[in-house]
Design a protein around this ligand. Structure first.
Ligand code: ASP
Length: 569
């Protein structure tokens, strides 16, 4: 290579060296007949001094030769801030048009424009930094699993469409008319077959595809770290993943976290935090207050009829604007009345605060251990609905008052999940995780007759309020698997047509096995502090599933459709 150094490499130790640098012009400033140029590449920025007049503009690609000299005004913000290059020769390698937005971290342009010119967006150090962190994480993962005797095996992208789970993306087969492949929602079935195939420890950094509505932390294609272990139970999987997360946090953030991670049951998560992915960087535990208000005269808390009074205590005097924001959160989650009580130097006020009896005041102070000026928020509804709303309020209050420290990483396991959840849309029970998840031992007899209460041998890993992964012990007994399928409403014929190829494998000797998948996009989004999952994906789709750069998905040639025998009308 012609360049002797990168733009992030030179410092005071390099003074007097003759160097060749190549990169993009980030900024040109003329001062007293001299040109000060910031030269940028992936590694950093180096200041150049050019004495002659130059014909260069932002984003031109140039090469300079020159001498490293000490800088008069030191810039402590960048690693090359002590030096600059006295340029003796400048060559323009390539010119640039005026870019549609300035290449800098706090760019002011729409997301769609950034995505349309994503290659320019990637030039911005903040985005490049995310992609570099991602590469580093993949590297940690590969090294970690390899040293723990896992082998990386690729599984097909063209697979079979199966019911259950999210909607599939389909790919028509030209040589098998009217037949479709499905893109994998995850390598789940293949990895289970590896276990039947005698592979002891499998992992893969796998692309997965789900045709779901998009959210800030969701894209139609995403990447999982997928793994499975033979002759393993939940504890074995958890131990392997905990050590991996310790290494990832150390490498990417230089943060040491301690093992073992906290484990809480799904019931406890809902009870204390109103959500199955609690952010434990702040407290704000939810309490049930039916006992305290058993003899109350406050209208909101009377005639409860099995409803729960659930509340949190925020150690702030919540202002009018913030209360409105919280009320909105409550409404969006289906509860219209948000009660509140403010406490300050032994005075109570607010819609509930103004009506409390002396005994109720004392009990609340005790229950929440109130020592500072605080505001209590109350909702009343059926237990799960009230919990869900409280969970959303808890998170919103933390956002308003910035209670979650962005330098802290709180990891935990949520265990003992329900085996099923009720789908209102389909009016039936569906598998909460997936239908290959083993019921917990004590529910082996009853799981399909008492579906509401059955618990799964499943576990989720949660970081800072995001579910970053999940897995389970798998069903390896075909009779059990048949009961499971039947319980979610699949007929024998449907099972045979969709899963026969898979289920049959378990007739030929399978070890017990367990595994898990981690959502790598989400993890790196949290670790880099990116606000949106798109900022950690090289070429993402927008919220309508469109790649703004190349307009995919697009219409295709009619000839191509004819070959596939797909009719437009
Ligand atoms: N395949 C599952 C998922 O994508 C993870 C697992 O059970 O291993 O959620």
């Amino acid at each position: 290579m012609r360049r002797t150094h990168t733009c992030g490499e030179l410092n005071s130790k390099s003074i007097n060296k003759n160097v060749v640098l190549q990169g993009w012009v980030a900024k040109v400033r003329k001062m007293g007949g001299m040109n000060f140029v910031d030269l940028r590449d992936q590694y950093g920025i180096t200041q150049l001094i050019i004495k002659d007049s130059v014909e260069i503009k932002n984003e031109y690609v140039i090469e300079v030769e020159g001498k490293v000299i000490k800088r008069k005004s030191i810039n402590e913000k960048i690693s090359t801030g002590e030096i600059e290059i006295e340029v003796t020769k400048l060559t323009v390698i390539n010119k640039s048009l005026l870019t549609p937005f300035e290449i800098k971290d706090d760019v002011q342009t729409s997301d769609d424009t950034r995505m349309k010119y994503r290659y320019l967006d990637i030039r911005r150090p903040i985005i490049a930094k995310n992609l570099i962190a991602r590469s580093k994480m993949n590297n940690v993962i590969r090294n970690y699993f390899t040293k723990n005797n896992f082998i990386e095996i690729e599984t097909p992208i063209f697979g079979k469409s199966t019911p259950e789970g999210a909607r599939d993306f389909l790919v028509p087969s030209r040589i098998n008319k009217h037949h479709f492949y499905a893109l994998p929602q995850s390598p789940q079935l293949y990895k289970q077959l590896f276990m039947v195939g005698g592979i002891d420890r499998y992992f893969q950094i796998a692309k997965c595809f789900r045709d779901e509505d998009l959210r800030i932390d969701r894209q139609p294609e995403f990447t999982q770290l997928d793994m499975e272990m033979a002759f393993a139970k939940k504890e074995d999987v958890m131990a392997i993943i905990e050590s991996l997360m310790v290494e990832i946090l150390k490498e990417i953030k230089d943060v040491s976290i301690t093992k073992p991670f906290k484990q809480i049951t799904w019931d406890e998560a809902i009870d204390k935090y109103g959500i199955d992915k609690p952010d434990l960087r702040f407290g704000l535990e939810i309490k049930t207050l039916n006992k305290i208000f058993s003899e109350t005269e406050i209208p909101l808390f009377t005639n409860l009829d099995k409803k729960s009074i659930r509340a949190i205590c925020v150690e702030k005097l919540i202002g009018k604007k913030e209360l409105e924001r919280l009320s909105e959160t409550s409404k969006q989650n289906g509860i219209n009345i948000l009660g509140f009580a403010k406490f300050e130097s032994n005075n109570w006020s607010g819609s509930i605060g103004g009506k409390l009896s002396n005994q109720e005041k004392l009990s609340l102070i005790n229950e929440f251990n109130i020592k500072k000026p605080s505001t209590l928020l109350f909702v009343v509804d059926e237990y799960y609905k009230a919990s869900k709303v409280m969970g959303a309020l808890r998170n919103e209050a933390a956002r308003i008052y910035e209670l979650a420290d962005s330098n802290k990483f709180e990891l935990l396991w949520v265990i003992d999940f329900p085996l099923y959840e009720f789908s209102e849309e389909e009016n039936r029970f569906v598998a909460a995780h997936h239908p290959f998840t083993m019921p917990q031992e004590e529910f082996l007899d009853s799981f399909d007759s008492d579906m509401l209460n059955a618990k799964a041998a499943a576990y989720d890993i949660v970081m800072n309020g995001f579910e970053i992964g999940g897995g389970s012990q798998r069903i390896t007994d075909n009779q059990l698997q048949a009961r499971m399928f039947k319980s979610v409403g699949l007929t024998d014929l449907q099972v045979q047509n969709n899963f026969g190829w898979f289920v049959n494998a378990y007739n030929y000797g399978a070890p017990y096995h367990a595994g898990l998948a981690l959502g790598l996009d989400r993890i790196i989004m949290i670790l880099t502090g990116a606000e949106n999952i798109r900022d950690v994906i090289a070429f993402p789709k927008n919220s309508s599933g469109i790649d703004m750069m190349n307009d995919a998905p697009s219409k295709v040639d009619e000839k191509q459709l004819l070959e596939l025998q797909i009719k437009l009308k």
